[in-house]
Ligand binder design. Structure first.
Ligand code: PA5
Length: 471
């Protein structure tokens, strides 16, 4: 599909980050100018790292032509032969597929009749709650299901547990044909899943080496599930490329992701420890979840790049406009000055719903008549933005002309670049996750994985819980 990139350009409105709008917590042009050298050096360090080490994700919009063709052919095969597609994965191996599905597919996709869906019913199992696993078996027919096991490390307990359960069920039902129901997405040459996949003969897609879980939506981790449900993955990649182009200047005034990073960095220095992501679109509800992982796991660190100790980061919080106006916005407006709020606005929704006439005798209801839901959601967003600005709370708005594959790609690239620039400004390693690894290793030790005896001893010698504190 062709997209008009100029018409679909993502814009960011930073007005309400400035002191002239928001008062003393905001920035002045002079402050931004004074920080521009710092921003430029963050830009240069990200630019120098592109495609190297853990920054393979910067090249994903450019280097996957062959893989995309394989993904499209596989997706076509899955659509023709299966009625259910289930992703098994967690963290970065699940949040992107969930976000893209929600953003592009019908909001009640699985409930639609088959002829109205572009692909099989779609589920992402990103937990090991036994009730959820059992519930899955109540709504799928494994004999008509393709499972996509996604794990970069090839050893994450949650994903491998789900895999073991699924494999067992498949083998009992289908015997030798079980392997035709599993696609593996994993590292080419490390971890256990690749070895299992080779032994069992699974169709396999590779996660490129320099692409960490939370930066993996634009590689087969995200592209295969997206293609299966009929999402135009070439459009997503084109949008990401366009955003990358738009962010090619070291001047924050000409690079929206760099400006966003600079402002978040300066805001953190002023004690803004919370980053609220609040899209005004149900389609972007899970983009906020994806963002929370990207922002939290990338920037929450206890070491600077020079090895010195720190405790840095900004706690990401998800909210949904307008729903959370009726729960969280009271806190944002009147609570502590510790947040930066990012609204996501959509200019043109994919539906237009008129509010019909009625209740003429009740003017306080009737004023809504003749308007549309589209006008109402826009008015509520503007009103909330106004109220928070009036209360002196830092906020900015990302504007998507409409929500489609191209703008989704732009948004993903925007957030990935913003995160990389922010990490560079903070002088931390954006791409590791030792805090997550610690928990993974403790789980391995608790469940008796070979090679984890030392960790098991460490856990045994940790302070034991005392009953007197359990009431
Ligand atoms: O971003 C990350 O690296 C993590 O959140 C991982 O995606 C998550 O822990 C799952 O890891 P894996 O893909 O190795 O199973």
């Amino acid at each position: 599909m062709r997209y008009n990139k100029k018409e679909l350009r993502l814009r960011v409105d930073f007005n309400n980050m400035m002191s002239k709008s928001v008062g003393q917590d905001g920035f002045t042009d002079k402050q931004l100018l004074a920080a521009s050298a710092e921003a430029e050096s963050a830009f240069e360090s990200v630019k120098a790292g592109r495609g190297k080490g853990m920054m393979g994700w910067t090249e994903l919009p450019y280097n996957q032509d062959e893989i995309v063709e394989d993904i499209l052919a596989t997706a076509k095969y899955v659509r023709k032969n299966f009625e259910y597609f289930v992703v098994l994965g967690i963290g970065g191996s699940a949040l992107g597929p969930i976000a893209a599905f929600q953003a592009i597919c019908h909001l009640h996709y699985n409930e639609l009749p088959k002829r109205k869906r572009k692909g099989p019913k779609f589920y992402v199992e990103d937990n090991v709650d036994p009730e959820r696993m059992e519930a899955l078996f109540d709504v799928i027919d494994v004999e008509k299901t393709m499972f996509n096991v996604v794990t970069k490390s090839g050893s994450t307990s949650e994903t491998m547990t789900q895999y073991l359960i699924i494999r067992d069920v498949l083998e009992k039902k289908l015997g030798d044909k079980a392997s035709e129901h599993i696609i593996a997405t994993t590292s080419r040459d490390s971890g256990n899943l690749i070895k299992i996949a080779q032994k069992e003969g699974y169709k396999t897609f590779y996660i490129p080496d320099g692409v960490g879980g939370r930066f993996s939506e634009l590689c087969p981790v995200g592209l295969l599930p997206a293609a299966v449900v009929g999402i135009d993955i070439k459009g997503m990649l084109a949008g990401a490329r366009y955003m990358d182009e738009l962010c090619s200047s070291s001047n924050p005034r000409k690079n929206s992701a760099l400006m966003a990073a600079l402002m978040q960095h300066l805001a953190m220095k002023k004690g803004k420890n919370v980053s609220v992501m609040m899209p005004y679109a149900d389609g972007l509800k899970y983009m906020a979840d994806w963002y929370c992982q990207l922002w939290g796991e990338s920037l929450g660190k206890n070491k600077n790049l020079d090895g010195s100790a720190c405790n840095k980061g900004q706690t990401p919080v998800k909210a949904l406009g307008v729903t959370d106006q009726h729960s969280q916005v009271q806190l944002y407006a009147e609570g502590p000055f510790d947040k930066v709020i990012t609204f996501i606005a959509v200019d043109r929704y994919r539906a237009q719903v008129a509010i019909p006439d009625g209740c003429e005798e009740f003017p306080n209801v009737n004023f809504l008549c003749g308007h549309t839901m589209n006008e109402l959601i826009q008015a509520e967003r503007r009103a909330t933005e106004y109220a928070l600005t009036k209360a002196g709370k830092l906020n900015h708005t990302i504007v998507l002309p409409e929500l489609n594959e191209f703008t989704l790609g732009e948004l993903i690239m925007f957030f990935e670049l913003e995160t990389a620039y922010t990490g560079a400004l903070m002088q931390i390693d954006t791409f590791n996750q030792p805090g997550v690894e610690e928990g993974k290793n403790a789980t391995y030790a608790l469940l008796g994985r070979p090679g984890y005896d030392e960790k098991r001893e460490e856990l045994a010698s940790a302070p034991q819980k005392l009953n007197r504190y359990i009431i």
